[in-house]
Ligand binder design. Sequence first.
Ligand SMILES: [Zn+2]
Length: 337
Amino acid sequence: MIENRYSKQILFQQIGPEGQEKISRSKVAVIGIGALGTVISSQLCRAGVGYLRLIDRDFVELSNLQRQILFDEEDVRSRLPKAVAAAGKLRAANSEITIEDVVTDVTARNVEQLISGVDIVLDGTDNLETRFLINDASLKTKKPWVYGGALGSHGMTMNVIPGKSACLRCLLPESPPPGAMQNCDTDGVLGAATGVVASLQAAEALKYLVGREPRPTLLIIDVWDGEFVELTVQPRPHCPACDKGEYEYLAGTRTSWTTALCGRNAVQIVPPKEHQIPLHELQERLSRVGRTSYNGFLLSFEAEGRELMLFPTGRAIIRGTTDEAEARTFYTRYVGL
Ligand SMILES: [Zn+2]
């Protein structure tokens, strides 16, 4: 066989020359180009996926370099958008494929367009709200997607194949209240954990693209304790998304509501539902990463040149920006959506 860039992959019998041909004709969207998304897009680009759409709303920061493998110090200095920085690195790694970079916040308004024309969607996001949006849009358009998430030393992944498998809302019927979930900005994450989860996601995508049966389970891993646990998730009867076809996140009835507050250099975020957040507990976590104060009514938190004022219902005002996408990123990072 003539040596080419894919020869080692073609020698792998489950792919072979036919599989490689299918991979080169495939189109994939990766949503979120961070710890998971950089590893996923790197592997799929090098594997020869013919078209990659890289979607991200954020720019590169120093604390990303520990695990977001496509970025370097120069990207931090030039504050490049992650999608743009990643696309540049990947075009240099494989000039034979098409790579599109899209710098945008994924919302109910644009998610269907963002996943249009691709064969499969890979989740590299860091929040449940966007994942539920991807879940709705993927079910509505009958497009498979691969869920992935990691925190600390553990992570999980699951394939959602419309009409065949359970969906994310079968696994998590309701999103937890803001502040209830741990996240990597207050609890940390190992690059080894995100790397393993992302590699599993990329392998599942390749399997799907060459026509193999995707894994029907939720796979939970811990790289510190060396654990792999596989669970079967049954489609949930009356699941609003995959059984009833009620796409509540896509309809915007469950998504948060963001408004720039004119002339105040601030943005207000209102979650879709009112909650009772234990602010003193959240203060304890946030005090590890910034300045906090709690006056019994609202929690204020300062970091990255911004101030967040959080009310117990989950409503927040973020000072120091008028950019709604930036404010959502800040809120997602420290409070969670
Ligand atoms: Zn479902």
